[in-house]
Write a protein that binds this ligand. Sequence first.
Ligand code: CA
Ligand code: CA
Ligand code: CA
Length: 211
Amino acid sequence: MNRRGFTLIELLVVIFIISVLISIGSVTYVYMLSRGKVAETQQLIQQVSMAIEAYHNDERYGGDYPPSSLRAYKISTNGVNDGIESVVAHVFKLIGSDTFIGEVKDKFFANTDEDSIGGGFDPKWVFGDLKARELVDSWGNPLIYFHHCDYKEPGSHITKYKLGNKKYIQAKPQIDKKKGMYPNWNSFVIWSCGPNGENENGGGDDVSNFK
Ligand SMILES: [Ca+2]
Ligand SMILES: [Ca+2]
Ligand SMILES: [Ca+2]
């Protein structure tokens, strides 16, 4: 039998093809992973938006959306993640005795600015401690929220990137240039910085309730 081994060139070609296939596979995997996180964050924003609407529709709470900061209740805040901390306080039973949202996975709660709530609310009722929690996206960055009254003057609302990356940013809703007005001009906006982790005020790859 005339058996012939691989030549060096053939071997190199095979190795090259295999490495190309592996790199295509890993790029696809990373892409799918990122797509999964976007979808997950979209779902979270949708769930929270529905809870905010339910709060708004409950006449016992004045028929308004949660304010952009707990300062509306004369509670001192550190000015970081104010909007989304206010949302947590309003939809998770800290105000009144109603909860407006179903189960949310633990990984979507964090206290990236390491602050606490005092003077009126007692988060211990719900969470067992005084941490001023915010909701974070699938990449661990805080969501950003504004009541429509604060679109023009977002005041001191600053959002902090996730722990270990001590970067503060000033978030501000932007006028939709095509329509010439703010998105959701009579309700609220909520967004995530998206896969790139950079705030684009709801534009770019940000995931929001208005795109
Ligand atoms: Ca805070
Ligand atoms: Ca916090
Ligand atoms: Ca972004």
